[in-house]
Design a binder for this molecule. Structure first.
Ligand SMILES: [Zn+2]
Length: 347
């Protein structure tokens, strides 16, 4: 269904990347847009979208693809690339994306009014927007909209983790990022927020990932005593070398080439369940009377994914949610996290 966008370009969202096959209200909706692609470059854009989507839909999201709808809309630009790609030149592109935001060369941001106008027309229920900029110059930004240049699909999952799972950066205390402690920290005036994966707490019970800590792991944990899979309390995170801790030696939130790690993976899985009910429909309808072929009990298996009935016949009034309910849910492979995930139920 082509629509005429307010900014004078024609775009449509018929180009689905992956679909859950279900309505947008029941799923997490990702909208891919592109900036600095010329009218003849739609194929390039769609190939870039496929690459970016593949970069996001790796572990752990690869086990949950049916909870996501992803759409791509091609909006051609009059000029190629992005503004200030060379440090100064402005370009006439569809979403006015530009490097050197706040004078930082790699800070690549776009005109949010233009983006939001397009979102409203194409996919009002979009939960996340990923903007791919047609440039080889490294750059990107996180936030409500994830922006990255087309050769930097590897930073998208990291940025998505900030937006989607509220994960904090775990870097700090390395040569590249803040080996020196900011003096504001020493003065006690620097704000350091707590996150699922970053804390100033050293008391076991106060650590956000306490449920992941083995009883014999020393706190704080010295890197020399740990392996790559150790979950502990490692100093250096959130741009600071000291006094702030992260769960593992390394992870995607510290180095984009690394996997997420268990604590951050759990945050992703919980973020999915915060947004999506895995139960799509229930039967029988509330207040209907059905014959239940069994004297047994209702039981729930696994992660509330299905409800079985067993035993002999009896009349059954399905008057309350949870009574006589057979729930159909999209299967997900979170079995590995059963031990850690808090019990949840959906009605
Ligand atoms: Zn980050």
């Amino acid at each position: 269904m082509p629509v005429n966008a307010a900014i004078g370009h024609e775009a449509n969202r018929d180009d689905r990347v992956v679909t859950a096959g279900l309505g947008e209200l029941l799923r997490i909706n990702v909208l891919y847009l592109g900036d600095g692609y010329l009218a003849g470059q739609k194929d390039r854009f769609m190939q870039d979208v496929a690459r970016f989507n593949a970069a996001i839909m790796i572990e752990p999201l690869s086990g949950y693809t049916r909870y996501f709808n992803a759409y791509a809309a091609f909006v051609p630009s009059s000029e190629s690339g992005a503004s200030k790609e060379d440090g100064s030149t402005l370009r006439d592109t569809a979403f006015l994306c530009s490097y050197y935001t706040n004078d930082v060369d790699r800070m690549l941001t776009c005109n949010s009014r233009r983006v939001m106008t397009m979102k409203k027309q194409l996919l009002p229920n979009a939960d996340f927007i990923v903007m791919i900029v047609n440039s080889a110059q490294f750059g990107g930004a996180g936030g409500a909209m994830v922006v990255a240049n087309r050769t930097s699909s590897d930073i998208v999952l990291h940025e998505f983790a900030h937006t989607f799972a509220n994960l904090a950066d775990e870097y700090g205390g390395t040569e590249a990022y803040g080996e020196e402690q900011p003096s504001a920290y020493e003065a006690g005036t620097l704000q350091c927020y707590e996150a699922v994966n970053v804390t100033r707490q050293t008391e076991r019970a106060q650590i956000p990932w306490a449920h992941w800590l083995d009883a014999d792991v020393p706190l704080p944990t010295q890197p020399e005593t740990a392996s790559a899979s150790t979950i502990g309390l490692f100093e250096g995170a959130n741009y600071l070398a000291k006094g702030v801790y992260r769960p593992t030696l390394n992870s995607l939130m510290r180095d984009e080439s690394q996997p997420l790690g268990p604590v951050n993976t759990e945050a992703f899985v919980l973020a999915i369940y915060d947004r999506v009910s895995p139960i799509d429909k229930v039967a029988p309808a509330p207040n209907s009377t059905v014959i239940w072929q069994g004297p047994g009990t209702l039981s729930v298996h696994g992660h509330h994914r299905h409800v079985d009935v067993a035993g002999g016949p009896r009349l059954f009034q399905a008057s309350r949610p949870g009574q006589g309910k057979r729930a159909e849910a999209e299967p997900a492979n979170d079995a590995a996290f059963d031990r850690r995930l808090p019990r949840r139920s959906w009605q």
